[in-house]
Design a protein around this ligand. Structure first.
Ligand SMILES: [Zn+2]
Ligand SMILES: [Zn+2]
Length: 198
């Protein structure tokens, strides 16, 4: 299944202009099977998007982008509130205790809070966003290298804030995913591959 694991909506992120209908339209156009809504510290768009997308046979998965002390992280598998500025030393064990996963978002992007070379020191990150739609090719290559050197698997996400960015990058999963729990278990143990879609 092809899933864009990093999309922001106008309902949950002040910096995005994407409406739920934009997600459905673009996902169909670029032939995505699913989209993860990862608004900043918010899940307010997730339920409404799920309802609307269901009739279009599009999978919507809820997640969150968390602004940690060390940089932005994507997290899946829990719905509790998470404060801004939380250190990774607290976030990672907490998310793991709830059964979830933590992904380093755009690790080497400049101009946004990103973990950078600290990625090499922090233990317990479950995946690395090696293709991020708001990062340059050079920045994404640094993320690929880190993924290879650390043996931490890579995912792809558009980090879309406008409709036409949706699906630029995605993650291919070798198994059927029908909800957030499935995504979390695939990220923990499945085979997946970051892909450039257009
Ligand atoms: Zn970010
Ligand atoms: Zn983002």
């Amino acid at each position: 299944m092809l899933i864009d694991i990093h999309v922001h909506t106008v309902l949950g992120s002040k910096c995005s202009v994407i409406e739920i209908d934009d997600i459905i339209k673009m996902a169909k156009r670029v032939k995505l099977d699913g989209v993860c809504i990862t608004d900043h510290h918010s899940r307010s768009a997730v339920e409404i998007a799920k309802e609307r997308a269901a009739e279009h046979n599009l999978l919507i998965i809820g997640g969150m982008e968390i602004r940690c002390l060390e940089g932005d992280m994507l997290a899946f598998g829990f719905s509790e509130f998470c404060r801004e500025g939380i250190p990774l030393a607290e976030l990672i064990p907490w998310v793991h205790s709830l059964g979830g996963v933590v992904i380093a978002a755009h690790p080497f992007r400049s101009g946004a809070p990103s973990i950078g070379n600290k990625l090499y020191e922090i233990k317990g990150i479950d995946a690395i966003e090696v293709l991020n739609g708001n990062s340059s090719e050079e920045m994404n290559i640094l993320s690929w290298l880190a993924s290879l050197k650390l043996c931490v698997p890579g995912v792809g996400g558009s980090d879309a804030h406008t409709a036409l960015q949706i699906g630029k990058y995605a993650t291919f999963f070798d198994r059927k995913i029908k909800d957030e729990d499935d995504l979390v278990s695939a990220l923990k143990g499945g085979r997946f591959q970051a892909l450039k879609m257009f």
